[in-house]
Write a protein that binds this ligand. Sequence first.
Ligand code: SAH
Ligand code: SF4
Ligand code: F3S
Length: 455
Amino acid sequence: MTNINTEANTAAPALKGQGKKLFIKTYGCQMNVYDSERMAEAMGSDGYTQVDSAEAADMVLINTCHIREKASEKLYSDLGRLRKLKKDKPDLKIGVAGCVAQAEGAEILRRAPQVDVVVGPQAYHRLPAMARAARAGQTQQLDTDFPTEDKFDNLPSARAARGPMAFLTVQEGCDKFCAFCVVPYTRGSEVSRPAARILDEARSLVDRGVRDITLLGQNVNAYHGAGTQGDLTLAGLIGALAKVDGLLRIRYTTSHPNDMGDDLIAAHGEVPQLMPYLHLPVQSGSDKILKAMNRKHTAEQYLRLIERIRAARPDILLSSDFIAGFPGETDSDHAATMDLIRQVGFGAAYSFKYSARPGTPAAEKGEVDGDIADARLQEMQALLSTQQYALQATMVGREVGVLYEKAGRLDEQLVGKSDHLHAVHVTDPAGKIGELVRVKITASVTNSLKGQRIG
Ligand code: SAH
Ligand code: SF4
Ligand code: F3S
């Protein structure tokens, strides 16, 4: 029986999960990584501790991604494996969170009767009560509400930092409705968190040793959260965060080109803590395709924007997302994308083969032949990796900041991220994790740099 229970908070008996073990598997974007941590904390306050395998767990939570077909299919292959595990361990509870949970909701419970809890991204604060109800025998809890209460107000915020770099969600949801994308449906409309809460969370992260914070949002540069004197833009928020003692680096992702305000561009030249790395997805270099995607800008406008950003911060490393084989894409549209890539010169990039998603306008359109889309994707990826390695090689001889994140594989070696987000290996017997040091880059290898500490 499907119990569509959105009132688990009040309905569930007080049955704490003392001594219970939780395994979380996370797919998708950085926001899912952040959300998984928050769910682990929420469940932690209910007595659960985290373990790193399903076999060792009393509850398994799969935090899903719906962005492309392949991503969402992973849920059902995981659930197949878990069904077997549950046969041996009937008390095992299975939860599904994230964007597939939001998009498919009751359909998951129907297809996979072994699932106990389905919880959408806006209802995570209700998860402990749902888990309690499941343990008390109430099967198949579903909550995919977009409640009026703010989940962030209800989740515990004192979190244990797992190293000197952390994510911090400042904005969630999207109002852009790109023709191919499920995010506006799975994450809902844009909501910005009030600046005071973000500042509190940032201070608490710094107290726990975090030095580098990436502000997260599906459309992070559309941020317009309440400040002490009216709403703040993302640039305003970054300005406020730059005053937090001990916070040495600030980054943000993901941005939409149309929301790159003048103040944000200027901040790249003015705020020393704002790192010279910007992920600014363009998706295509063809105006016809950009229009069909509902991106609401042209290739030329993107190029002019890049010029202005580079004028503010000449050494900024640019990254982007691309889609190959969007419906209606011809060889000449693809050539226009290749052209745009050549003109910009990206230091990092993610490219994907178009995947038709149920409920999106583009899914109604005729698809490009799969082999043609594959060939275009490969051509694009070859050019993008050439650019990435060429740009990485220009770092050799330069002095950069490196924040040590973990021990390297070699003795006395530490690995950290540079200002431009390159992984850098440094032999430094005196170095400590969490320390920000000056490094001279000595070599560029496949996916990282090597360097010598100079300060
Ligand atoms: N909020 C981000 C994008 C999140 S999705 C932004 O606006 O940039 C991350 C990337 O996945 C997108 O930039 C896009 O390149 C890709 N993507 C989204 N939907 C897709 C689809 N249906 N098929 C293939 N790639 C897709
Ligand atoms: Fe999706 Fe477009 Fe919104 Fe990005 S801006 S999340 S691609 S709809
Ligand atoms: Fe995937 Fe949802 Fe993130 S669809 S990319 S997990 S916002």
